[in-house]
Design a protein around this ligand. Structure first.
Ligand code: UT7
Length: 323
């Protein structure tokens, strides 16, 4: 049995904020952001958040797959910025779609979230319990960045991507191999503390939590761990980068992607990029990029693609797919 992606969709809020827009309200410049990260603009939600973006991406993915909401058996949403502590983003999307026959829940693995969710979905599909699934990567990071911290706030944007998958008994296509990892010993280099809840007994007042990051530590971790992970994935799968058409990487920084390409000894032609237009949308970067490749007709039956991500946790992971 293989888990096959049969449709993709993506969505970002219409409001675009350029680097020059940011330079008007903080001490930064288009030149600094562009040369250090490759980002030129990002989409920022000025109202509705995670559930809205996730549902819009999901509707497009269902349309692409030709699947009706009532045919979905399971929805897994990867997010660290759900609109609520509960219900989950997945349950809210289920409600909006009217996917009455599905079960829905969220997974939390930050920027590696879509990889973790798709890997989890694959494991569940292999049990035979589910036939059609919806995997969503979505984040609304603009609501948790500290807009007074220029070293982090310029990096992130809002967005969602989704994939409809089906358990296929025959054929060689689908998810071939997966590998995920985490190292909680290094958790402190990238954090977003939960909102401090008010406490009746201590009199503590509620306070918001913001993203805090040691950028260079995350950079070093990513350029070491991702190539290691991709290499061991391909070795286990009995193949190598020569057989892979695209390495769809988490979009955190153009320079990170360049360093990963160098370590894997591959050309940047194999690494599609859209960070210039979206910034880092966390759990959404990989499914948005995958959807763009799909819609541009760049993925053909039999193409091998590796999806690879990294992020807070620290977490990382890679999946080998035959399209
Ligand atoms: O999804 C995973 C999440 N995160 C990441 O992947 C991030 C990984 N890290 C990075 O991408 C990079 O480390 C950053 C883009 C965050 C920073 O780039 P850097 O080359 O490591 O810069 P830096 O932190 O060493 O800062 C260099 C200078 C500093 O000034 P001084 O001390 O040299 O005078 C910063 O204060 O750049 C300054 N700076 C800025 N200047 C203008 C920091 N942020 C900005 C800014 N605009 N927005």
């Amino acid at each position: 049995m293989k888990t096959v992606i049969i449709g993709t969709g993506s969505f970002a809020p219409p409001r675009i904020v350029t680097n020059d827009d940011l330079a008007e309200v903080m001490d930064t410049s288009d030149e600094w952001i562009r040369t250090r990260t490759g980002i030129e603009q990002r989409h920022i939600s000025d109202g509705p958040g995670t559930t809205w973006m996730a549902a819009e991406a999901a509707k497009l993915a269902l349309k692409d797959a030709g699947v009706e909401p009532e045919d979905i058996d399971i929805i897994i949403a990867a997010t660290t910025t759900a609109d609520n502590c509960f219900p989950s983003a997945a349950c809210e999307v289920q409600g909006i779609l009217g996917a009455g026959n599905a079960v829905g829940y969220d997974v939390s693995a930050a920027c590696s979230g879509f990889i973790f969710a798709l890997h989890t979905m694959d494991g569940l599909m292999k049990t035979g319990a589910y036939e059609t699934g919806l995997v969503i990567g979505v984040d609304n990071l603009s609501k948790v960045v500290d807009w007074s911290d220029r070293s982090t706030c310029v990096l992130f944007g809002d967005g969602a991507g989704a994939a409809v998958v089906r358990a296929c008994k025959d054929g060689d296509r689908g998810l071939l191999w997966g590998r995920i990892g985490s190292d909680g010993r290094k958790a402190s280099v990238l954090t977003c503390q939960a909102r401090t809840m008010g406490n009746l007994l201590t009199g503590t007042k509620p306070e918001p939590g913001y993203i805090a990051m040691e950028g260079q530590e995350v950079f070093k971790f990513a350029v070491k761990k991702v190539p290691e992970c991709v290499e061991s994935l391909l070795k286990d799968a009995g193949t190598d980068m020569g057989d892979v058409k695209y390495l769809v990487l988490h979009q955190a920084n153009y320079r990170i992607c360049e360093s990963i390409a160098k370590r894997l000894k591959i050309s940047m032609d194999k690494i599609p990029m859209n960070i210039d237009r979206y910034g880092n949308t966390s759990g959404a970067t990989i499914p948005i990029l995958l959807d763009e490749l799909n819609r541009q007709g760049k993925l053909h039956k039999g193409d091998r693609v590796v999806l690879a991500g990294f992020g807070a946790g620290l977490t990382w992971g890679a999946l080998l797919i035959e399209w």
